[in-house]
Design a protein around this ligand. Structure first.
Ligand code: NCD
Ligand code: ZN
Length: 354
């Protein structure tokens, strides 16, 4: 691939972290992910969360039914870890190929995590099982202790919880999801454990100032929060480093505009509609376009032990204006909109399906 080209042909990428939601929201957003990404790790934080094999199979079916005709897309389902989940269910779900991984949400750390885990030791039997059967553990790595500054939640999680956990389960394959700090970058790249990290487009583009630029900007509120500029720069170095421990995971997390703009607004950025273009912009700005394909399409499957996609997609360098909002598919009563990441901005790259 020649970086000066106006056209990039890439192995089709996968999204290793996405929230597809359910019902009318699923109908509205699934195409954005599925037209670009061949597979996606689908987060289980529905209400109630996905904690059974039957629940995962039903949800997968709803996702496939919501796909527009002719799109080939494989949702990779995850189990929501909780004290009430049995190790046998996890093992059976993994062995049967229903669950690709399991997700650890600390209790109340983010959207729909009130069934999450308060004490990591209480899920030891689940983690032991996962280590034994080589099932990847995906972690939302933040503490919620009230004495910890919200911008330090990730780095404190690494010190207090991740390091002890990795030391207890040395064989466990772990993805630290949506990393946001220089500490996380350094920890992951120097780790001798089987550890990788996903990086979102928004954390590569914005720092924490975006949330307060000219007013309170709920469109940039997500968890983990965007941090200071030096953290963003560390993430850009990591994503474009060519190190296989860093790969693509959008964390696209749609919420209707009214839910974002309320007095207690929801965390989450909907970036799926222009995610690949958004990453391409970063790789180009860093002079590392030649490394986009590995980050987007190779390191993720390698870490998960899954085959690489064989089909190709194309990005052309044709500027496009990102709409201010999308209308949501109407469910019975709600008529609302969804604000995409980069709303009102021009992106230089454009996805073209082959
Ligand atoms: C996610 C959501 O809305 O489900 N929100 C977010 O800010 N990223 C949950 C999560 O991944 O933290
Ligand atoms: Zn997420």
């Amino acid at each position: 691939m020649n970086p000066s080209l106006e056209r990039l042909v890439l192995r089709q990428p996968d999204d290793w972290h996405v929230h597809l939601r359910d019902g009318a929201m699923l109908e509205s957003v699934v195409e954005s992910t599925a037209r670009v990404f061949r597979r996606a790790i689908v987060m289980p934080n529905l209400q109630p969360p996905i904690m059974s094999i039957g629940g995962a199979l039903d949800y997968k079916k709803r996702i496939l039914e919501a796909l527009p005709f002719g799109i080939e897309f494989t949702p990779l389902m995850t189990a929501f870890l909780s004290e009430s989940l049995s190790p046998d269910v996890l093992e059976q779900g993994f062995e049967e190929g229903v669950f690709t991984a399991a997700k650890l949400y600390p209790f109340n750390a983010t959207t729909n995590s009130d069934c999450g885990v308060s004490d990591l030791r209480s899920i030891d039997s689940l983690l032991e099982t996962m280590e034994r059967i080589d099932m990847p553990l995906l972690i939302h790595g933040e503490v919620i202790d009230s004495d910890v500054d919200v911008f330090d939640r990730e780095s404190v999680f690494i010190d207090r919880h991740l390091i002890p956990l990795l030391s207890r389960y040395e064989g466990l394959r772990v993805v630290l999801e949506h990393i946001t700090t220089e500490q996380a970058v350094e920890f992951v790249e120097t780790s001798s454990f089987r550890l990788a990290a996903t990086i979102t487009p928004h954390h590569l583009h914005i720092n924490r100032n975006a949330m307060f630029s000219g007013g309170l900007r709920s469109d940039f509120y997500c968890l983990p929060l965007a941090k200071r500029e030096h953290h963003r720069l560390a993430l850009r170095r990591a994503a474009t480093s060519g190190k296989p421990c860093f790969f693509l995971g959008t964390d696209s997390a749609p919420h209707p505009r009214a839910a974002k703009e309320s007095s207690c607004g929801c965390a989450g950025i909907f970036n799926a509609a222009y995610a690949l273009e958004s990453y391409a912009e970063v790789f180009e700005q860093e002079g590392k376009l030649s490394r986009l394909e590995a980050f987007a399409s190779e390191y993720g499957p390698s870490f998960y032990g899954l085959p690489l996609n064989s089909n190709k997609i194309t990005l052309t360098k044709k500027p496009q204006l990102v709409p201010e909002a999308f209308q949501l598919a109407k469910d019975s009563s709600v008529c609302d909109s969804l604000v995409p990441f980069h709303a009102g901005e021009i992106l230089n790259w454009r996805f073209v399906s082959n």
